[in-house]
Design a protein around this ligand. Sequence first.
Ligand code: SF4
Ligand code: SF4
Ligand code: SF4
Length: 292
Amino acid sequence: MRNRQPKSAAANNASTKRPEENTGRKPKLGFFSFTCCQGCQFTILFLDNLIELLSKFDVQYFHLLKEKNRESDFDIAIIEGAITTKKELEKLMRIRKKSKFVVALGACACHGGIPGLRNFIENDQLIKYVYNQHMLKDSLETKGIDEYIKVDYYLRGCPIIKDEFVRFLDNFAENKKSEPFNGPVCNQCPKRGNDCFLTKKIECMGPLTNGGCNAICTVDNFPCTLCRGPLPSANFAAEIKLFENFGLTHQDIINKLSRFKVLEEKKCCKIEEKKKIETKTDSIDNKTDIKK
Ligand code: SF4
Ligand code: SF4
Ligand code: SF4
């Protein structure tokens, strides 16, 4: 699987102004949800100033807020959740065609997120354990939405950061550009007075991760888990080596790195794992041959 991070970085660095002239009408907004826990949507629903914020828009589609929803043309479509079925993919394509500006909301939409863990389970295992086996017929490998459509802006995190969402939407309503945070979580973390986890040999993925969350986890004494997705410049090889020096097994490291995104590196490591398994199998085969 390709790492789509450079694409997302380019999108957020591009102009986020509304493409149309200021006509005085409210921008038409659609909010859509695909496979996810809807935690990002609930983060929005619990905003204190939600009514005030949405009053700047003509909300055409928002299932958890409105009884009647219409798939009209949208000035902005906000999309939560990963794509995991053919049916979802069709709807995603339809939304893109109808929308001038598309926002990926949260880790699931930005890069697959937690639902991406499904990609590491073989279909025969899923058939055995998943409650609705009919769903598997329609099932696709879990992917973030930019694997299929052009995304104009990324609001990251699992869940998203409230203030970041409000700032972005306010700017959009006023036809102003939003500036995404540029750099890793480590750019914000020490400024908040933290002792670095890495100096204590505790694995923290801040150096690999898109910043902008104000290092909320490390401030609360939790290492960063890469929920805002990897930076284009993320040096996975160095981080893997460092964690191995901390005493972690290769598999544990890969599991940690893959919690929120199916990575190229996971694939590389899968190849390494496969090689190891093949070597083991070869040696077993050789032994069997000797016995023969
Ligand atoms: S990014 Fe996290 S909180 Fe948001 S919908 Fe996905 S799993 Fe839920
Ligand atoms: S604790 Fe984590 S996020 Fe903070 S500076 Fe160290 S590596 Fe970076
Ligand atoms: S510190 Fe890391 S895990 Fe926590 S919100 Fe920020 S990016 Fe996500």
